[in-house]
Design a protein around this ligand. Structure first.
Ligand code: SAM
Ligand code: SF4
Ligand code: SF4
Length: 371
């Protein structure tokens, strides 16, 4: 694991939003939202619940690197559900409105429904129910969708990079068939987890021929298909710029068959550009993190499987929250650590990717930090 450890000095909270807790003080959180060095609020939290996965996607966990000798985190290093709940509560008090569980493959984490149940009882600082979402490769979704919904999951995003078994198996480094994933998507829809989103990472020379078939398949199905530009996350996928298929090209390829109209963002900090089929066939999205960086409105924090706070997907190191938590830190102490780190945040990796010094920095793997 390349993530560097850091020794954390305990400091009392500086930001007023960190001076807990209920009642009047919540209103104060909103009068003084927590902002980073680029004036971006803290709104979204992604939590990686496991660094393990039952697939080996070439762009994320290539089999040559993540083989049987690879050292995944030992069990005792993982945050427990109680610890995740406490950390989540701290972030929610600081303004987080949505939590996404991810990984690795989150459905591999035993008892994930119990974690969802705990998190879904929380309220945002404005008193709304906290939105709980999950990103999954869908392999185990058909059998788990109903239980996830019953536990309080609000939304699910399923990753699928092609409709033919040959493409899917090549991309996912596995022998799973596409039907397994499509059954998972159908189960999520019938469990009421609609609208289900499907993420397709597009990689030049690997699955670009699946763009139009995927668009055709999910048109008018109620599923929102989103195309993601292949990113240079981590250090093991051998990323090259010429393997990125720009979002514009993806849209052009689809528009030849079905004219598209752009939609307004549905929420602040929305990373997907939204488009609708002009004939009413539903919505698609493109996530152009490489060709049209959206760092200026990035409101996301990430908690790694072992409890480190990362303020950018491309960061090299994180702030250890697990050690203070296990050493008995109060909510107020944890809140101060998070608020201070957020205020110091200046990350803009995607806007600076053209700088070789930035691009060559050490970066943690996506499966560990949470995609
Ligand atoms: N295992 C789950 C899954 O695949 O949905 C959750 C974790 S995965 C890291 C989260 C998302 O990150 C997936 O949609 C995946 O396709 C995307 N992803 C992983 N590596 C990527 C890369 N190099 N570029 C763009 N997206 C990537
Ligand atoms: Fe696993 Fe998801 Fe990464 Fe694929 S993208 S290897 S399914 S964590
Ligand atoms: Fe946010 Fe970092 Fe991605 Fe920019 S590069 S959008 S700061 S996660």
């Amino acid at each position: 694991m390349s993530a560097a450890s850091r020794i954390i000095t305990f400091v009392p909270p500086r930001h007023p939003a960190a001076i807990d807790l209920a009642g009047k003080d919540r209103a104060r959180d909103f009068a003084l939202p927590l902002l980073d060095g680029q004036q971006r609020p803290l709104r979204d939290l992604r939590i990686s619940v496991t660094d393990r996965c039952n697939l080996r996607c070439t762009y994320c966990m290539p089999r040559e690197v993540f083989d049987q000798d690879y050292s995944f985190l030992p069990r005792g290093d993982l945050l427990t559900f109680e610890e995740i709940e406490r950390i989540a509560q701290v972030f929610v008090r600081l303004g987080v409105q949505k939590i996404r569980l991810t990984g690795g493959e989150p459905l591999l984490r035993r008892g994930i429904e119990q974690l969802i149940e705990r998190l879904s009882r929380m309220q945002t600082a404005t008193g709304e129910p906290l939105q709980i979402a999950l990103t999954t490769n869908g392999v185990l979704l058909a059998r788990k969708a109903r239980a996830l919904r019953d536990a309080g999951l609000s939304r699910v995003t399923v990753s699928l990079d092609g409709l033919s078994d040959a493409t899917f198996r090549r991309m996912s480094g596995s022998d799973v068939d596409v039907h397994t994933i499509l059954d998972g998507i159908a189960a999520a829809q019938s469990a009421g987890l609609a609208p289900v989103k499907v993420n397709m990472v597009v990689k030049r020379g690997a699955n670009e021929h699946e763009i139009v078939p995927m668009a055709e398949y999910f048109r008018s199905s109620g599923v929102v298909l989103r195309f993601i530009e292949y990113m240079d996350v981590g250090t093991s996928n051998g990323w090259r710029m010429d393997e990125v298929v720009p979002a514009r090209e993806i849209l052009d390829r689809i528009a030849v068959h079905h004219p598209l109209q752009q939609l307004e963002p549905s929420q602040l900090g929305e990373v997907a550009e939204r488009w609708r089929y002009a004939d009413g066939g539903g919505e698609i999205g493109v996530i152009a993190s490489v060709t049209q960086a959206f760092c200026h409105e990035c409101s996301r924090a990430r908690i790694s499987t072992d409890g480190k706070l990362y303020t950018c997907l491309f960061a090299g190191d994180g702030l250890d929250l697990r050690s203070p938590l296990r050493a008995g830190a109060s909510d107020r102490g944890l809140s101060g650590l998070v608020a201070d780190r957020w205020e110091q945040r200046n990350d803009r990796y995607s806007q600076q990717r053209h700088l070789i010094s930035v691009r060559n920095r050490d970066k943690v793997e996506m499966s560990y930090i949470g995609g």
